[in-house]
Design a protein around this ligand. Structure first.
Ligand code: PSU
Ligand code: MN
Length: 315
């Protein structure tokens, strides 16, 4: 039995020709942003990838089939759908068996991107270790530890415990590179003050990092941290006050597990009168753009410098 994987013709064509492709997730459409902003942002992210010279592949599960590259109708369906399951690794067998719909998280999207042969993926903020609940660790971190896909993000969501999140990435051998920054971005704001492993000032430097990882044959992901543009950043005290209040409410209401991230994001957005949502939208587009440029740089890099392994092979 083969995996029920449907590639959009544009994605299939690009992959067959070795052209750049960028994976995009669907949980931010179903759980991260409200209708109709979710549809607008999803479309704008796809366009940002195209403008950079790459093909976008938004990933989801529809009626038990994994879809790589959604059609307009499929995107509209997801953007309007309610009660779609948030899918990380453990959810795939369930949704496939039930022939249901599923929105892929960062973890879920990495899994599918790797199956399809897509090396670069753009999101907003990855999940991480929850503040005050150090045993609630996002599956995103474990997937970064085991799936070789490069994820462009604006840091981990500021609602999380960022020092513990970075510690865990270190333990699992995931390099975290800052694009034109030295410190880990905090999603709504440009910096958390936490130092990063490496700074890359150009897209070519990031591509070199990805290729070095591939040469080594490591099966770990790479995290590229791209801070929210300065003009869209939320003032740090505004973000932190809203986060503190949202966290206290989540604790009072006993919100746990996969519900907590969507709850906190929505509540922070209300408390900041949508200022946080504007920052969220801006950073998503910024990440799609950088991921598109990285995918383009990687295909060029591969043409210029053959993979280490192939150098020793005879035709
Ligand atoms: N980034 C956003 N909005 C989101 C998410 C990320 O700007 O909605 C989603 C991602 O899909 C991420 C998930 O994988 O939140 C993390 O959820 P959890 O903490 O339950 O692992
Ligand atoms: Mn969680």
């Amino acid at each position: 039995m083969s995996i029920p994987l449907d590639l959009h013709p544009d994605v299939e064509g690009a992959l067959a020709k070795g052209l750049p492709v960028v994976a995009l997730e669907s949980t931010l459409i179903t759980h991260g942003l409200p209708w109709p902003v979710n549809l607008e942002v999803a479309r704008a992210m796809e366009q940002a990838v195209r403008n950079a010279g790459a093909t976008p592949a938004t990933i989801a599960i529809l009626q038990g089939r994994i879809v790589v590259g959604l059609s307009n109708d499929q995107l509209l369906h997801l953007a309007q759908a309610r009660h779609v399951r948030k899918c990380s690794r453990r959810d795939f067998p369930i949704v496939l068996a039930q022939r249901g719909d599923g929105a892929t998280t960062v973890a879920g999207t990495m899994i599918v991107a790797h199956m399809a042969g897509i090396r670069v993926f753009a999101t907003g903020g990855i999940g991480g270790v929850h503040r005050g609940h150090p045993f609630d660790v996002s599956a995103d971190l474990l997937e970064l530890a085991r799936t070789p896909v490069t994820v462009v993000c604006a840091g981990a969501k500021a609602i999380l415990d960022l020092p513990l999140t970075l510690e865990l990435l270190e333990t699992h051998g995931v390099p975290v590179a800052g694009y034109q920054c030295d410190q880990f971005p905090a999603f709504y704001t440009r910096s958390s003050g936490l130092p990063l492993d490496v700074r890359c000032d150009t897209v070519k430097e990031i591509a070199a990092l990805v290729q070095a990882r591939e040469h080594l044959g490591f099966q770990t992901g790479i995290l590229v941290a791209n801070p929210v543009p300065a003009e869209d950043e939320l003032p740090a005290p505004v973000a932190e006050t809203a986060i503190q209040q949202a966290l206290a409410e989540a604790d009072q209401q006993g919100i746990r597990g996969k519900e907590i991230t969507p709850f906190l994001l929505a509540r922070v957005s209300e408390l900041t009168r949508d200022q946080s949502r504007e920052a969220n939208t801006a950073l998503l587009l910024n990440n799609a753009r950088l991921a598109g440029r990285l995918a383009v740089a990687l295909t060029k890099f591969n043409q210029e410098q053959p993979r280490l392994g192939t150098r020793f092979c005879r035709p």
